[in-house]
Design a protein around this ligand. Structure first.
Ligand SMILES: *Cc1c(COP(=O)(O)O)cnc(C)c1O
Length: 374
């Protein structure tokens, strides 16, 4: 077996950063103003640039995407059940539960792992208040079908769009679908502020409530605390990072597309490896490179172990399903209720994918994968 320790390890991701000079220049004014948080100049500018870029009616920034989800879920009235996917990062399900709502798990589609609209209606009850789909891996959900179901039953739709920043569907910003969408700017995401996130919404009242929520619940004059908020404001240092990275965002996406195309070339016809189809009408950000291992010779876990020995570290993402975590045991769910999600959690891994991944490194990953499954 090849086990060449002289080669460097290849991890699943690596954040893109501006040059030190560019970042230092961006933050230097903070030494003059002394304003480091609290919706300062960087925060305002970053929020406005995001609004413009995403054609978004309202944007609210947060310390991280998870807090953004909790903020937007806290605006749902009345509380009740939320139909969502278990094939996601634990944040989605935690945020629902922590906002006092009850997650109800709906299965995903076998071809692209997004929420299966044909299975939503059977889960709607008189307690259902919202649908929370995830644009998982940046794959755009069936937004039209989900919207139609939501309208029919009077439900809100809040997207976990943590993976989908910068994407477009038929030329329009992905942020325009549903009542709200959360984007994460965590270090591992396509646009990063170290830690950070934003919620886009189309209702000014929701924007106001979220802004109050992230500042302890103070109403705008600051004399009363009107809701049970928390502290989740983005700092000026994070916003400055966002401003710098946004300047290079087109280049970021084109480098990711180059990496993606090389993977496609090398893996398209490899038996036992299935890539997701490219979606028609979608301008993709190539946030992740999920592959499904469908081979009688070996399992996904064996493939990951073998690749690790070559110094390559794909990620079992998402494994297990969020419904399997013990903290959600009180819901009494069984993985048999979402068989497609269950199978996906046991067969999918994401391969290293980031803007600065060289063609040679992509080739090393592919060679390792091909030898691991054969
Ligand atoms: C990253 C992520 C989150 C949480 O975002 P943070 O900015 O890390 O808090 C939520 N949902 C999904 C699907 C994610 O991948």
């Amino acid at each position: 077996m090849q086990n060449n320790h002289s080669e460097k390890n290849i991890y699943v991701t690596r954040p893109s950063m501006p040059s030190k000079e560019e970042y230092f220049e961006e933050v230097s004014s903070l030494w003059e103003t002394g304003i480091l948080t609290h919706g300062g100049a960087k925060h305002q500018l970053f929020e406005n640039q995001l609004k413009e870029m995403m054609d978004a009616p309202h944007v609210s920034l947060f310390t991280n995407g998870h807090q953004g989800l909790e903020a937007v879920f806290s605006t749902l009235e009345p509380q009740g059940e939320v139909i969502t996917t278990p094939f996601t990062f634990v944040s989605t399900t935690l945020a629902i539960a922590r906002a006092g709502l009850i997650p109800v798990f709906c299965d995903v589609k076998a071809d692209d792992y997004t929420l299966d609209p044909s299975k939503i209606e059977a889960l709607v009850t008189d307690k259902t208040v919202a649908i929370v789909p995830v644009h998982v891996y940046g794959t755009v959900c069936d937004v039209e079908a989900i919207d139609a179901i939501a309208k029919k039953h009077g439900l809100k739709v809040i997207y976990d769009a943590a993976h989908a920043f910068g994407e477009k569907l038929n030329g329009s910003s992905i942020a325009l679908y549903g009542d709200a969408s959360m984007f994460s700017f965590h270090a591992t995401k396509v646009l990063n502020t170290g830690e950070g996130g934003a919620v886009v919404c189309n209702d000014e009242e929701i924007k106001k409530k979220m802004d109050a929520w992230k500042y302890y619940g103070f109403e705008s004059s600051g004399s009363d605390v009107e809701l049970l908020g928390t502290n989740a404001k983005m700092t000026e240092f994070a916003a400055a990072m966002g401003l710098c990275n946004l300047r290079h965002f087109d280049e970021e996406l084109s480098k990711r597309a180059t990496v993606f195309n090389r993977y496609r070339e090398r893996l398209e016809n490899v038996e036992g490896v299935r890539l997701c189809d490219e979606q028609s009408g979608v301008f993709s950000n190539h946030a992740y490179l999920p592959v499904s291992i469908d081979s009688s010779a070996c399992t996904r876990d064996e493939v990951v172990d073998r690749m690790n020995k070559d110094g390559i570290f794909p990620r079992k993402y998402f494994y297990p399903l969020t419904s399997e975590y013990s903290c959600f045991g009180y819901l009494g769910n069984s993985v048999q209720e979402t068989p497609v999600s269950f199978k996906a959690s046991r067969s999918i891994m994401t391969l290293p994918m980031y803007a600065d991944l060289s063609t040679d490194d992509v080739d090393r990953v592919c060679t390792s994968l091909i030898s691991a499954i054969s």
